[in-house]
Ligand binder design. Structure first.
Ligand code: ASP
Ligand code: MG
Length: 433
């Protein structure tokens, strides 16, 4: 008998009919003899509705109260789902994040899970129940306040519970069939990836692929939790995120032959429109200046990504430093850097939010020279001007003008032979989550 953790996203439990459909799916697993822990998101777009509601009464709602409010969404879906399962004649009990033992730090809105003590979940399973847990929430170890893990955080709840319970697999259900070689809305010929390593999935998530939250992948890798990303609207196999062979009882015959095939050099193409570029023009080229600048940015808790430093040709002894950052943090970064303009001695700032980032990701890059050249050739043929470049062992990222991003994604996807003959991607819901 195996233990399965299943997470259902908002679009999979959007209304009563969907909840009933999911309940049937869960009961099938019980009938097959599995123990099942279910993590649910809030129904449909109800988290957004709650945020709107908060904003109607207060432009800047107190963080503690906002978290308290948002956790209500998942409380509704967990209880409703437990009822639907009970109605099918099976035992189910729902638990808040706090009851399930999801312990976090105290940072509201983006709390980190620091421990999971799922004692009550275990006893619920031992008593023959399906245990249903509210995703995206926990309780602070120190203050005992209720916290949320950040948008899309239910994925992380599921993986963390799977790790703590030693589950055989963590299934993440959404309204698409798995992880695709590119966003099917931009590249209709994108293919479903059958299996992908943790490090490649980490790079995909960090580069803008929204199918899995970055933290959830980090967690899965650290605790070696096999994650199966699939659709709740079909019975198809989705994408396995794992470094090990797919567990035998969950494997299909096509996947057995797949494993002996040679791994593709490039696994996928990701893109991100949510970043901006900040350039600090005329920084004195002496030791310590970059440290001052990046300490200031780090103190604002801004995650920066690509960094480029260029010696200014016009003004010797000066350099320009550019980096990308989330657009949402743009104003904060500008304010903090303006404040150290005199002490650092730079000339001025340039801010550009009309950028897009394209990344190609693949572990095969390590052993195949020429991968980078192929990308640049494809972008040049498509007349796409490149603004910034950065690489890691298994990723190449370039920044382009945002208007050229979709073309760049399509060009890169084709250049690496990722286009499939037939259209595979189906988005069953609407939001892609
Ligand atoms: N309901 C939360 C959100 O919409 C958490 C989640 O869906 O994972 O962000
Ligand atoms: Mg959601």
């Amino acid at each position: 008998m195996s233990l399965v953790v299943q997470k259902y996203g908002g679009s999979s439990v959007a209304d009563a009919a969907s909840v009933k459909r999911v309940a049937h799916r869960i009961v099938e697993y019980r009938k097959a003899g599995h123990d099942v822990v279910v993590v649910v998101s809030a129904m449909g777009d109800s988290t957004d509705d709650l945020i709107d509601l908060a904003q109607e009464v207060s432009p800047v709602p107190p963080a503690r109260e906002l978290d308290m409010l948002l956790t209500a969404g998942e409380r509704i879906s967990m209880a409703v789902l437990a009822m639907a399962i009970a109605n099918l004649g099976y035992e189910a009990q729902s638990f808040t994040g706090s009851q399930a033992g999801v312990i976090t730090d105290e940072s509201f809105g983006k709390a980190r899970i620091i421990d999971v003590t799922p004692g009550r979940i275990r006893s619920a399973l031992d008593d023959g129940n399906v245990a249903i847990v509210a995703g995206f929430q926990g309780v602070s170890q120190t203050t005992k306040n209720i916290t949320t893990l950040g948008r899309g955080g239910s994925d992380t709840t599921a993986v963390a519970l799977a790790a703590a319970l030693g589950a055989d697999v963590c299934e993440i259900y959404s309204d698409v069939d798995g992880v695709f070689t590119a966003d099917p809305r931009i590249v209709p010929s994108a293919r479903k990836i059958d299996s992908i390593s943790y490090e490649e999935m980490l790079e995909m998530a960090a580069s803008g692929a929204k199918i899995l939250m970055l933290r959830c992948v980090e967690y899965a890798r650290r605790y070696r939790v096999p994650v199966h990303v699939r659709s709740s609207f079909s019975q198809l196999q989705g994408t396995w995120v794992t470094d090990s062979p797919i567990p035998a009882e969950f494997r299909t015959t096509s996947q057995e032959t797949e494993e002996s095939m040679e791994q593709a050099i490039i696994s996928g193409v990701a893109h991100d429109r949510s970043e901006a570029k900040l350039t600090i023009v005329g920084v004195p080229d002496v030791p310590g200046k970059a440290a001052e600048i990046f300490k200031t940015v780090a103190d604002q808790e801004i995650d920066i990504d690509m960094i480029v430093q260029n010696i200014s040709t016009r003004d010797p002894g000066r350099t320009d430093i550019s980096f990308t950052l989330p657009m949402d943090d743009g104003a904060k970064a500008i304010e903090a850097l303006e404040a150290i303009k005199e002490t650092v001695g730079f000339d001025h700032l340039q801010y550009d939010d009309q950028i897009g980032k394209l990344s190609v990701i693949g572990a095969g890059m390590r052993s195949h020279p020429g991968v980078t050249a192929r990308l640049f050739e494809a972008l040049s043929k498509a007349h796409i001007n490149i603004d910034m470049i950065s690489t890691s062992e298994i990723r190449i990222s370039v920044v382009t003008h945002v208007d050229l991003l979709d073309d760049a994604v399509r060009a890169a996807h084709a250049a690496y032979g990722l286009d499939s003959e037939e259209t595979q991607a189906v988005v069953y819901g609407g939001t892609g989550r």
